[in-house]
Design a protein. Structure first.
Length: 64
């Protein structure tokens, strides 16, 4: 089950990073962040990795 959540989160992150339309990316960002948080809570991702991913994705979306 963990593999499924990890893979779907990685796919969502990849999809977000490929987006070029800011309004679409802003809609998707909270969903992706909550997926990342869930993996952090389950210890599938280390706390620092969670923070780094959220920070980088937010900066990417704001920079669009």
């Amino acid at each position: 089950m963990n593999r499924y959540y990890k893979k779907s989160t990685r796919t969502a992150i990849r999809k977000l990073r490929e987006m070029e339309d800011k309004s679409e990316a802003v809609k998707l960002l909270p969903k992706v962040i909550s997926m990342i948080d869930r993996l952090g809570k389950r210890n599938s991702f280390h706390d620092n990795k969670v923070s780094n991913l959220k920070s980088k994705l937010t900066r990417y979306v704001n920079g669009l």
